[in-house]
Design a protein around this ligand. Structure first.
Ligand code: KIV
Ligand code: ZN
Length: 391
């Protein structure tokens, strides 16, 4: 059975860059955009052009250099925003305007002081106006996660009638449970008139740590675009992490869902974004964290040394990590010590290993992690040193 393609819409440079202290200049944004294009993302959301002259310039420059991906600019459902976005995208080979409005009762009442019908009218007008500049228009229903499904379906129908090619269903506040979000996407797929003419897109925030799970439930239920960021950076607790959703789909082939991402570039790009933004990636971050392929307990190390897949569901090379790490701590066993000693040039017999291992434990109880230099020192101070080096 051929796989269904899921489009990857990267918003590192828009939603991701909204993180306090992570502001990028145009040069940095252009460098990241070039690498996203090479990674194989389908859409790059380059910025919110009306928000500042700097963001406008970034979208212009990114539009000039991106070769394969669609370049997208965000707007509110406001004519001037849309006009400015269209100007900023004038050099893009494949431009997209991403416009929308809040649709939950809370947004309608408190943000817009409007009625549900007025919001539908504004959504229709915004998409129609965007359509007068570009063919590809994505509509977002902000806070769709907390919008009642019947009303959301009516908003989506209006956006499709006005010409929207993609319907973004954001869980803006990261509130939905995976089953609830999946059911929302299924409902829209089954109840929105004209849905066959548009792609449903998932855009999930991570306030309850559910962004990846919700995005995956969304595509299982019929969405065909995922909006995400490198390292999951974004407002508050962040957005869906690109590397996570891509690897979930790759590691679960029976889902029959595929992306165009060259996964071997994931680790390098994660580091590049983290360095450019000056934002540290937590060591236990899935896929790209420093410990994602590191093994430190004796039982796990023994298993991985015998057969990597015993404790690893991903081959580190598939995401651009050279190899798994066997980290030596006081919890490590003989197999790990023998393995690391061999890597630095010592082939230990069972007897030699017994002696060196006792010394190693004393050392490891004093130090958090035993490095290659420490292994040399431990072995050089063992009684069997001469015998070991002459072996
Ligand atoms: O989270 C959200 O709702 C957004 C929209 C502006 C697309 O980022
Ligand atoms: Zn968002």
């Amino acid at each position: 059975m051929s796989k269904n393609n899921v489009q990857i819409f990267d918003t590192t440079l828009r939603d991701g860059e909204q993180v306090p202290g992570c502001k990028l200049n145009t040069d940095q944004k252009v460098r990241i955009a070039r690498r996203l294009d090479s990674l194989g993302v389908d859409v790059i959301e380059a910025g919110f052009p009306v928000s500042s002259p700097g963001d406008f310039k970034s979208v212009v420059e990114i539009s000039k250099i991106v070769k394969n991906a669609t370049v997208c600019g965000l707007t509110r459902a406001v004519e001037n925003d849309i006009k400015v976005a269209a100007d900023s995208l004038q050099y893009a080979a494949r431009p997209r305007i991403h416009t929308g409005i809040g649709t939950s009762d809370s947004h309608i009442k408190h943000k817009f002081k409007a009625t549900r019908e007025q919001i539908i009218e504004r959504a229709y007008k915004a998409v129609s106006y965007a359509k007068s500049f570009v063919e590809d228009v994505e509509f977002y229903a902000e806070d769709a996660g907390r919008t009642d499904n019947e009303y959301l379906a009516r908003v989506c129908e209006a956006a499709i009638k006005a010409g929207a090619t993609v319907l973004n269903i954001p869980d803006t506040t990261g509130y939905c449970l995976p089953s609830e979000y999946g059911a929302k996407i299924k409902y829209l797929n089954e109840n929105v008139k004209g849905i066959e003419n548009a792609i449903l897109s998932v855009h999930c925030h991570n306030d309850l740590g559910l962004a990846t799970a919700n995005s995956i439930e969304g595509v299982i239920n019929g969405a065909r675009q995922i909006e995400c960021t490198i390292n999951g950076i974004g407002e508050r607790a962040g957005n869906t992490a690109l590397e996570e959703v891509v690897m979930v789909l790759k590691q679960h082939p029976y889902l029959n869902l595929d992306t165009n991402i060259d996964t071997t570039q994931l680790y390098g790009l994660s580091q590049f974004v983290s360095d450019s933004m000056g934002i540290y990636t937590q060591p236990n971050k899935a896929i790209v964290g420093a410990n994602a392929f590191a093994h430190s307990s004796g039982i796990h190390q023994d298993g991985v040394i015998k057969h990597r897949a015993t404790y690893e569901i991903i081959d580190p090379k598939d995401v651009g990590v050279t190899e798994s790490a066997i980290v030596l701590t006081a919890r490590s066993g003989r197999a790990a010590l023998a393995y690391r000693a061999k890597n630095v040039g010592y082939e230990l017999t069972k007897l030699q290993l017994d002696e060196v291992y006792q010394k190693f434990l004393e050392f490891a109880d004093r130090k958090k992690e035993i490095m290659d230099d420490d292994i040399h020192e431990i072995i050089e101070h063992s009684h069997l040193y001469r015998e070991i080096i002459s072996a």
